[in-house]
Structures are given as C-alpha cells and as structure tokens.
Design a protein around this ligand. Structure first.
Ligand SMILES: Nc1ncnc2c1ncn2[C@@H]1O[C@H](COP(=O)(O)OP(=O)(O)O)[C@@H](O)[C@H]1O
Ligand SMILES: [Mg+2]
Length: 260
C-alpha cells in the first residue's frame, strides 16, 4: 500500500519559495487504482516524483507497506506522458532496458521481455525499431518496459493523453487488468474526469497551487464494468462526473496555472 501522510512541498527559488503542495494525505491500497485530478500546475507531477523517492517532501511521509520511500526504489514503476523508447535500440531491447540496468542476466531479461511483448500484442515486433511502431504500440512497449520490473506500485502521469480514442481504451483496460491481476497499487494522474471515473476506485481532487486535497470520491460502480468504455453509459456516471467537476471548480477559476 502507498500512503501519503501530510505531504507538503516547497520549491526554493532565488528570491523566495513556491508552495507547491500543502498537507496532502491519502492512500492507494493493494489492488486499488487511485486517480488524482486537479488544475494544471497544482503539483500532480510533483506528487508522483515525491512518491518515487527521488525527491524529498518538505514535510510529511510517503510510505510503501508502512516503510518510508527513499532513493531508488525497486517497488515503484513510473510512466510519463512523454515516456519514449530509445530510437537506437530495438523494441525488445527497449522492453528489457530496466532489467538490464538492474543487472539481470541476458537470457532472463530477454525471455521476460518477449513474453510481455506477446501479452501486449507486440509479438513479431521484437527486432523492429521504435519508429516502425504506431503510437499505441510504442505506448504499450513503454508500459511493458515498466511492468517488466514488476513494480508493486505503478505511477502513471497522464500516460494516455496523446493516444487515439480506441488505442486509449485498449491500454486503459490493460492497466486495470494488470492492477487487479497483480494486486498492484496504481496511482494515475489525469486531467480527464471521464478516465478517472472509468478506471479508478477512488478519485482525489486537488485544489489549485498549493495543491491540497479538496475532496476524495469513492467510485463504487466502475469496478464491475467489463471495459472502461462501458462506464460512461452506467447510470451513476453523470452524477459522479458532475460532483467531481464541481469540486474542481474549473468553470470559475479556469484550468490555467498562475505565474510562480
Ligand atoms: N523545477 C522547478 N522549479 C520551480 N518550480 C517548479 C519546478 N517544477 C515545477 N514547478 C512548479 O511547481 C508547480 C507544480 O508543478 P507540477 O507538479 O508539474 O504541476 P501539475 O503536474 O499539476 O501540472 C507548478 O506551478 C510549476 O510551475
Ligand atoms: Mg503534470
């Protein structure tokens, strides 16, 4: 389980400090998908970078299974919107990259990469180079690269934003399946309320900067859906969408961030 306990974070600047996050607390359990939504610049990406342990909160604790995260952490996998494959490595070499950095033996990492690629509909593309793949396939390869490391906690920072609608649904469903099957915690940052409701068990709404938890919504109904694409047609959907939209307060304050 991933736990944020009273997290605050300030950026030091030359003249003063910028308050980015203020007293953020919530949890993401095993086998749970938690979506974080909030206005641009409210500190969502910062929150994920704190969870990786590579950056330290100014105050508060981040715990995985009750232990503080620090430094490089094998339990954590992260994927960004900009996550790209290295163009000079074949697709399979990209998928096994993390394992290679970790120092796993060649045959082990190759077997694992090939198996994952088959699971993700990338069989036969092992020796191709990334440019030969469609955007959706590249994204799936990047996901396979992250999952090859078998992280307990998966941090996703708007990873599906650039995908076409159909590919997006396929990959969103993949992520839900992976989370459920592997009893992982998935923390998904998204600006898309519909994606948040369709994928997540809970939606955390952050305020404008400094980001604080405005409200947390339990989404009890989407877990039963066969596909994330079916969720918007469910009777409860519109009510939750409206409640989250209202909590975001976008129509009043706008999505744009204020200058630091
Ligand atoms: N390296 C940095 N130095 C100073 N301020 C930063 C830095 N990175 C991000 N910020 C500021 O911190 C705030 C939160 O950024 P970020 O976490 O990327 O927001 P979000 O992901 O919610 O859009 C923004 O106002 C941004 O301008
Ligand atoms: Mg961001």
């Amino acid at each position: 389980m991933l736990e944020f306990r009273n997290i605050s974070f300030h950026f030091p600047t030359k003249r003063n400090t910028i308050d980015v996050l203020h007293d953020v607390s919530f949890t993401c359990g095993e086998d749970e998908i938690v979506a974080v939504v909030g206005p641009s610049g409210c500190g969502k990406s910062t929150l994920l970078s704190l969870a990786t342990g590579l950056r330290k909160p100014t105050a508060g604790d981040i715990l995985i299974d009750g232990r503080p995260v620090k430094g490089q952490n094998r339990l954590i996998g992260m994927m960004f919107q900009q996550s790209t494959l290295l163009p000079w490595r074949s697709v399979v070499e990209n998928v096994e990259l993390g394992l290679e950095i970790r120092g796993e033996p060649k045959s082990f990492r190759r077997d694992k990469a090939v198996t994952l690629m088959r699971q993700y509909g990338l069989g036969g593309f092992e020796r191709k180079y990334p440019h030969a793949l469609s955007g959706g396939m590249q994204k799936r390869a990047a996901l396979a690269q992250t999952l090859a490391m078998e992280p307990e906690v998966l941090l996703l920072d708007e990873p599906f934003a650039a995908l076409d609608a159909q590919t997006r649904v396929v990959i969103e469903n993949d992520v839900v399946k992976i989370c459920r099957a592997g009893k992982r915690s998935v923390l998904l940052v998204t600006h898309d309320i519909s994606e948040a409701i369709s994928m997540a068990d809970r939606v955390v709404v952050l305020s404008r900067r400094p980001g604080t938890v405005k409200e947390i919504f339990d989404i009890p109904f989407s877990r039963g859906a066969k596909s994330v694409a079916d969720v918007p047609a469910m009777p409860e959907y519109a009510t939750y969408f409206k409640r989250i939209w209202d909590a975001l307060d976008i129509s009043v304050t706008g999505m744009n961030e204020t200058a630091a």
